[in-house]
Design a binder for this molecule. Structure first.
Ligand code: SF4
Ligand code: SF4
Length: 224
C-alpha cells in the first residue's frame, strides 16, 4: 500500500528516477527496513560547452526545490499510513571526515539508480551525474533493486579526471567494494571549493567533473 502510493506520487514526476533498497547494511537497520531513494535532474543539464559555476549552482537549487516537494508529499503519505520514517540529512555534518550519517550514493546504487563514476558521483543512464539525490528511510518492505555493483563508465573515458583543476580524481573505475578514498581526494576537493565561502557565502559548486561527463548529455539542457 505504501509502495503503491509512493509510485503513484512519482508517476506525476516522470523526469525523476527512483527506487527502493533494503538498508540491512546500514547503521539504521534496526529502526528502518528500507530506503526510498530518488534522483531529481538538475534544472539545467549543462555540458562543458555551456557550463558556468553560476548556472550549475542555479540548476542544483532548482532541483532542491523539487526534492523538497517530493519529501513533503512522501511524508504526508507515510504519516497517513502510520509508518515510521526518517529523512537523513543530505550534507555531511562532519567537516573532518566529510561523511553523511546515511549515504544517498550507496543507497542509490543499491536501489539500481546508477553507478559511481570516476568523479565519485552517481551516474544515471538518463542524466549522467546531473542529478540531486535524496532518500527517506522507511520502516516498511518494498520491491527492491536490482542493485548495481560495477561501473558502466566506458573503458576509454577519463574526461572527469582530466578536467579537475586540482587533480583530485584518481582515475579509478568503481565497483561495489571500492572506497571513496580510492576514487577521490575528497579533502582536497572540499578544501578548494571551501576557499570561496567568503566570496560567495557558500562553497564553490564546481561541477566541472560532472559537466564533462558524456553520459546523459542527449537529455542536456532541460529535463523532460
Ligand atoms: S568538484 Fe571540481 S574540484 Fe572536485 S573533483 Fe570535481 S572537478 Fe575536481
Ligand atoms: S566522465 Fe567518463 S569516467 Fe567520468 S564519470 Fe563520466 S563516463 Fe565515467
Amino acid at each position: 500500500m505504501v509502495e503503491e502510493k509512493i509510485r503513484l506520487l512519482l508517476a506525476k514526476y516522470p523526469s525523476i528516477i527512483y527506487g527502493f533498497t533494503s538498508i540491512s547494511y546500514s547503521a539504521y537497520a534496526s529502526q528502518y527496513k528500507s530506503a526510498f531513494v530518488f534522483a531529481v535532474p538538475y534544472g539545467e543539464q549543462l555540458t562543458i560547452d555551456n557550463y558556468t559555476e553560476e548556472r550549475f549552482e542555479r540548476g542544483i537549487q532548482a532541483a532542491k526545490v523539487i526534492v523538497e516537494e517530493i519529501l513533503v508529499q512522501t511524508e504526508a503519505i507515510l504519516r497517513e499510513q502510520n509508518v515510521n520514517y526518517y529523512i537523513p540529512p543530505a550534507a555531511q555534518n562532519n567537516e573532518e571526515e566529510l561523511t553523511a550519517p546515511f549515504s544517498f550514493k550507496y543507497a542509490a546504487v543499491n536501489a539500481g539508480l546508477g553507478w559511481i563514476g570516476k568523479n565519485d558521483v552517481v551516474i544515471t543512464e538518463k542524466y549522467g551525474p546531473r542529478v540531486r539525490l535524496s532518500a527517506i528511510l522507511i520502516d516498511s518492505q518494498f520491491t527492491y533493486g536490482p542493485g548495481i555493483v560495477k561501473s558502466n563508465c566506458p573503458d576509454s573515458c577519463n574526461k572527469c579526471v582530466a578536467i579537475c583543476p586540482y587533480h583530485a580524481l584518481h582515475d579509478v573505475k568503481w565497483d561495489i567494494d571500492t572506497l571513496r578514498s580510492d576514487i577521490i581526494d575528497y579533502q582536497l576537493c572540499n578544501q578548494k571549493r571551501s576557499l570561496y565561502i567568503e566570496k560567495y557565502g557558500r562553497k564553490h559548486a564546481c561541477g566541472l567533473c560532472m559537466a564533462a561527463c558524456p553520459i546523459g548529455i542527449s537529455s542536456a539542457v532541460s529535463p523532460s
